[in-house]
Write a protein that binds this ligand. Structure first.
Ligand SMILES: Nc1nc2c(ncn2[C@@H]2O[C@H](COP(=O)(O)OP(=O)(O)OP(=O)(O)O)[C@@H](O)[C@H]2O)c(=O)[nH]1
Ligand SMILES: [Mg+2]
Length: 240
């Protein structure tokens, strides 16, 4: 493994290897239990969201090729705060990953559950730097009602391309080929309802255990983080 950090300005096309060396730079930045405590940032932020136990923290660790960057656990509800990770060169970070608390864990007291669902919804609504959402869905369960509610929150900004969306069907090592195809098809059908000319929406199988889908996902996130941002005037002009 080299320590070379990919140069966003390099002319050569980004390969999975380059993208993985970029995700490998992920380091802990800060943790916040409330939105107001999150640092304001101009860096594009990619949020990892999904039901409790869907594999969000494990996916971050796998992409970063680090064992204990984000805390993964057999106990659902492990991630209770919004944890931010910074990526890119140390002196010129170029993106943030946000590990969000999972939703839908039945054993959490109702008040706590509602509180976290609210934090989650508020985060998706107010976080200006949010440029991508990675929704982790247990491939054996598929999209649940809560996942669909979350997608509703961001649908308008996904349609305009302001927020990019990637659904990871996690723990795909637990499925056989036929089940994996069926899971991909069902999720793809739902997502086709959110897809427009301007949107960037995709679904893919992912296994931290088998390390499958890791390179493709790193590449997609690298592209999101390094895509040129349209100037606000241009965005207004095209919507007028
Ligand atoms: N077989 C298999 N198990 C996985 C995979 N990814 C995660 N897991 C397991 O699923 C459990 C939950 O993983 P986490 O990454 O902690 O899930 P989370 O979504 O961060 O959970 P919360 O923080 O509670 O919201 C752990 O026991 C992981 O080892 C995978 O690709 N394959
Ligand atoms: Mg977690």
């Amino acid at each position: 493994m080299t320590d070379t950090i990919p140069d966003a300005t390099a002319a050569e096309p980004t390969t999975e290897k380059l993208a993985l060396s970029w995700t490998h730079t992920a380091r802990f930045l800060t943790t916040a239990s409330q939105l107001v405590h999150l640092p304001a940032t101009e860096l594009p932020e990619i949020a990892f969201v999904g039901r409790s136990n869907a594999g969000k923290s494990t996916a971050i660790n796998t992409l970063a090729q680090q064992k204990r960057l984000a805390f993964a656990s057999k106990t659902p509800g492990r991630t209770q705060h919004i944890n931010l990770f910074e990526l890119g060169p140390k002196d010129a970070p170029d993106a943030l990953f946000a590990d969000l608390p999972g939703y839908g864990y039945a054993a959490v007291a109702k008040a706590a559950k509602l509180r976290w669902q609210k934090v989650m919804a508020d985060y998706l609504e107010v976080r200006r730097s949010l440029s991508g959402v990675v929704l982790m869905v247990d491939s054996r369960l598929g999209l649940t009602d809560l996942d669909k509610q979350l997608l509703e929150f961001v649908a308008a900004r996904v349609a305009t391309g302001e927020i990019k969306l990637l659904v990871l069907l996690t723990k795909s090592d637990k499925l056989n080929r036929k089940e994996a195809d069926a899971a991909l098809r069902a999720t793809g059908e739902f997502l086709s309802g959110m897809t427009t000319e301007d949107s960037d929406v995709a679904v893919t199988l992912f296994s931290a255990l088998k390390k499958s889908g890791v390179g493709e996902v790193a590449l997609a996130l690298h592209e999101w983080a390094h895509a040129p941002k349209p100037a606000p005037e241009t965005a207004e002009a095209t919507s007028a």
